[in-house]
Design a binder for this molecule. Structure first.
Ligand SMILES: Cc1ncc(COP(=O)(O)O)c(C=O)c1O
Length: 410
């Protein structure tokens, strides 16, 4: 069993005091904290190996290129991609999803075609499709949820499948509900009608083992900053044959093979999708983050988070007036993201009580407004845990709710 306290030592920020109390960081779904090894790897690169990649025929540039391309190999291995050439570095998951919209989807979808997303998606997996649908005369459909159960309504899926459906966009784990979606089933059904599937893995990749080959998705997007890496680096994985057949959207240095005054030919994948100088130091930070996660073992991380689910859910259920959003039973189909509504108190008022106690949680719409509308609420309070969070921190979180109830006489 993983001992979270042991790992807290690797994260200097977790020793901070906020409002006189030791920080309890429970906003990991927004961004994770960074261990020293990630910071040191980036520092080491900038102080000892910095040069532009893929260009210079000198030792430093070759070192920088090797480190950057090794980071791609680490990312590929982390999600069991077939090859590192299926890994495109982006700024974040949002950019990864937009890249699919602006390239593959723009090139392959025509007026009247359909895209299916779901009611529980992050705005990043809705808005790019709304923009594209308007531009190209596509129809954007939504797979509904069963809001009170916190799961997708899979019974509605067969009616949404047809030869017009070209793309299904679904989250691996909901950032509001913590629900882990039954991807194998959804992907299987989508493929039967010839639709491709994009998985938003932003909340799953940091917390559970991901195997894109086993899932048999077509695209998988995630962000480095939610999995111990720095901001500004993300990944789009796509099947090699899709990338080969897709035209790039950004033109410039590095993405070309040959340029004349009138035309250009493209570099091989993945570089044809990485125009200009990439975020080399970000990729190196991400590789160090992946090393750290691999040392812990993704299975162990998920197991610890399941322990948190087992501990927190029954205690949240016992609080009068508190409605849990998402699966409100102990379940293997949810991660340690706890969003809720406390009757009589706006999430922003609740958040200030947490802040006084040195506990960082999130209040607001969590970039999931369609899901909140389905739940009939304008906002939520969310505590999202990671492997470095202890059961004692879960107690501090639960105590703060009780305190808020007393302060506001609920
Ligand atoms: C499920 C999900 N998808 C996409 C995103 C967007 O991530 P980023 O802001 O790193 O692009 C988030 C961020 O919270 C998320 O939780």
């Amino acid at each position: 069993m993983l001992d979270p306290k042991k790992y807290q030592k690797d994260f200097p920020i977790l020793a901070r005091r906020i409002n006189g109390k030791k920080l309890v960081y429970l906003d990991n779904a927004a961004t994770s904290q960074k261990p020293l090894t990630v910071v040191r790897a980036m520092e080491d690169f900038l102080l000892k190996h910095n040069a532009n990649v893929h260009r210079g025929i000198y030792a430093l540039s070759e070192e920088a290129t090797a480190l950057y391309e090794n980071a791609r190999k680490s990312a590929a291995k982390f999600i069991n991609a077939g090859s590192e050439s299926e890994i495109i570095f982006t700024r974040n998951a949002t950019e990864s999803i937009n890249l699919v919209a602006l390239t593959w989807a723009r090139q392959n979808l025509k007026a009247g075609d359909e895209i299916l997303t779901t009611e529980m998606e992050h705005h990043s997996n809705i808005v790019p499709w709304q923009i594209l649908a308007k531009e190209r005369g596509l129809e954007l459909k939504f797979l509904p949820t069963l809001p009170e159960k916190g799961i997708l309504d899979l019974n509605k899926l067969p009616n949404l499948l047809s030869s017009k459906l070209k793309l299904v966009c679904v989250g691996h784990m909901s950032n509001l509900l913590g629900t882990v979606n039954p991807l194998v089933e959804i992907i299987g059904q989508a493929h039967q009608v010839g639709a491709k599937v994009l998985v938003d893995g932003c909340q799953a990749a940091p917390h559970l083992p991901v195997d894109v080959q086993k899932l048999n998705a077509d695209f998988y997007a995630f962000s480095g900053h939610k999995m111990l890496g720095p901001t500004g680096i993300g990944v789009l994985w796509a099947k090699q044959e899709i990338l080969e057949a897709t035209e790039p959207i950004l033109g410039g240095g590095d993405m070309i093979k040959n340029v004349t005054q009138t035309e250009a030919t493209w570099n091989a994948v993945p570089w044809k999708f990485e125009a200009g100088t990439p975020n080399v130091v970000g990729a190196i930070g991400l590789a160090a983050a992946i090393d750290y996660l691999n040392d812990l073992g993704m299975k162990n991380i998920w197991q610890h988070e399941q322990k948190l689910v087992e501990y927190v859910i029954p205690k949240l259920k016992a609080i009068a007036g508190l409605n849990i959003f998402g699966i409100s039973e102990v379940s293997k189909n949810r991660g340690a993201i706890f969003s809720f509504w406390l009757d009589g108190l706006h999430p922003h008022d609740l958040a200030s009580i947490f802040d006084e106690a040195g506990i960082a949680i999130r209040a607001g719409h969590m970039c999931a407004q369609p899901m909140l509308s389905a739940l009939g609420k304008p906002a939520a309070t969310r505590a999202s845990f990671y492997f470095y969070n202890t059961l004692a921190e879960a107690d501090a979180f639960l105590d703060a709710i009780e305190k808020a109830k007393k302060v506001f006489k609920l």
